[in-house]
Design a protein around this ligand. Structure first.
Ligand SMILES: [Zn+2]
Length: 313
C-alpha cells in the first residue's frame, strides 16, 4: 500500500525533531494516528482480497486528487463495479464510539473513560461522494455512488446513535457488499475504464506540514543500535560511539530525511551542517559518491537529492 506524502513526512519528522521541541509530542501523536490509519487500510485490503466479487471490479487505494475548485480529496479506497461505486473511509479507532445525529458530533470514550472528539467522518466521505458523482456526470457515466465508514478495530463498540448511519464493522463488509449487489442491478459500465479515468486525475498530495531546519536533529544515525546520536565521520566511514558499528550507508537515510523535510536541493554548506562533517573536501568526496546532480557553480552550487539516492564508488 502506497504511503501518502504526509505519512512519509511525519515518519521522517518524528525521527528528526529535537526531543525538547515544544511540538515533539504533538507530532508523535499525529504520527501514531497515521500509523493506525494505515493499519486500518491494510485490514480493509485483506478483507477485500478475501471477498468473492460477483462481477468485474477495480479497487483504488489511497486515491488523491485536486478538484476543479482547487480543493483536495484523499480517499482511503474506491471500489468500482458495474453495479455501483463505493467510497470507503476507514477508521481504526478503539474504545466506545458515539454519535449525536442532531449535532453530528462524533466522539469516543476510551477504556480509561477519556472522551475525545473526532471530525465527523460522514461529512468527509459525503463530500468525496459529491465529487465522484460530479466527475462521473462530466464523463457521461451513470452509476450509483455510495459511501461507507468502516471501523477496522474489531473491539471498538458502536453506540445506538449510529443507527441508520452508513457505518459498519470491517467484519460485516462481505455481507454489506452482498446486499449492495442485490439492491443495485448491473449496468454496462466497465470498471476498468472508470479506474483508468480516476488514475488520470490522481495526484500525490504534498505533506500538510512544513518544518524549519533548525528544529531538526542533524547527523547520521546508527542503524544497528538506533541510538539517536550522530555518528562521527572519519577515514571514509561513519562510526557509532555507542555500539562501535562503522558504516557507509547511513548517509542515505540522513539525506532522504533532508529531502523529505527540507527539500531536494542541498548546498555543500548545508550538507556538512546536516551530516556533521567539518571538512569541505570530505563533503565533496562524499558527494561525488552519491548520484546527486550538481547545479550551478561556485558559491551558488547546489546538489539535487533524487528519490532513489544511491551511494557507491
Ligand atoms: Zn550504534
Amino acid at each position: 500500500m502506497q504511503k501518502s506524502e504526509h505519512y512519509v513526512f511525519m515518519d521522517a519528522l518524528v525521527r528528526r525533531i529535537h526531543e525538547d521541541d515544544e511540538e515533539a509530542l504533538l507530532f508523535q501523536e499525529e504520527f501514531y494516528r497515521l500509523q493506525a490509519g494505515l493499519a486500518g487500510e491494510m485490514k480493509l485490503k485483506t478483507t477485500l482480497a478475501d471477498y468473492f466479487f460477483k462481477s468485474d471490479y477495480e479497487i483504488l487505494y489511497n486515491f488523491e486528487c485536486i478538484n476543479l475548485r482547487g480543493f483536495t480529496h484523499q480517499i482511503d479506497a474506491l471500489l468500482i463495479t458495474p453495479h455501483f461505486i463505493i467510497i470507503f473511509e476507514v477508521k481504526q479507532i478503539s474504545g466506545s464510539l458515539f454519535y449525536k445525529p442532531a449535532v453530528q458530533e462524533f466522539y469516543r470514550v476510551t477504556d480509561n473513560g477519556i472522551e475525545e472528539n473526532f471530525a465527523n467522518p460522514f461529512d468527509q466521505v459525503y463530500r468525496h461522494q459529491l465529487f465522484i458523482e460530479q466527475f462521473l456526470q462530466q464523463s457521461a457515466l451513470k452509476l450509483p455512488v455510495l459511501h461507507i465508514v468502516v471501523i477496522a478495530n474489531y473491539r471498538a463498540k458502536l453506540d445506538n446513535g449510529f443507527e441508520s448511519m452508513p457505518i459498519i464493522h470491517l467484519s460485516s463488509l462481505p455481507k454489506f457488499l452482498e446486499s449492495l449487489y442485490e439492491h443495485y442491478p448491473s449496468t454496462t459500465v466497465v470498471p476498468r475504464q472508470i479506474s483508468e479515468l480516476f488514475k488520470s486525475i490522481h495526484q500525490r498530495l504534498p505533506a500538510r506540514r512544513q518544518i524549519e531546519a533548525s528544529r531538526l536533529k542533524t547527523g547520521v544515525f546508527c542503524h544497528h543500535c538506533n541510538v539517536i546520536g550522530p555518528m562521527l565521520f572519519y577515514r571514509g566511514f561513519w562510526h557509532c560511539e555507542h555500539c562501535k558499528t562503522k558504516s557507509t550507508d547511513g548517509i542515505i537515510d540522513a539525506l532522504q530525511h533532508y529531502r523529505i523535510l527540507i527539500g531536494p536541493h542541498i548546498t555543500n554548506h548545508a550538507f556538512r551542517n546536516f551530516l556533521g562533517i567539518k571538512s569541505r573536501y570530505a563533503a565533496i568526496r562524499l558527494l561525488s559518491k552519491l548520484n546527486v546532480e550538481a547545479v550551478g557553480q561556485g558559491k551558488s552550487r547546489y546538489y539535487v537529492i533524487p528519490e532513489d539516492l544511491l551511494y557507491g564508488d
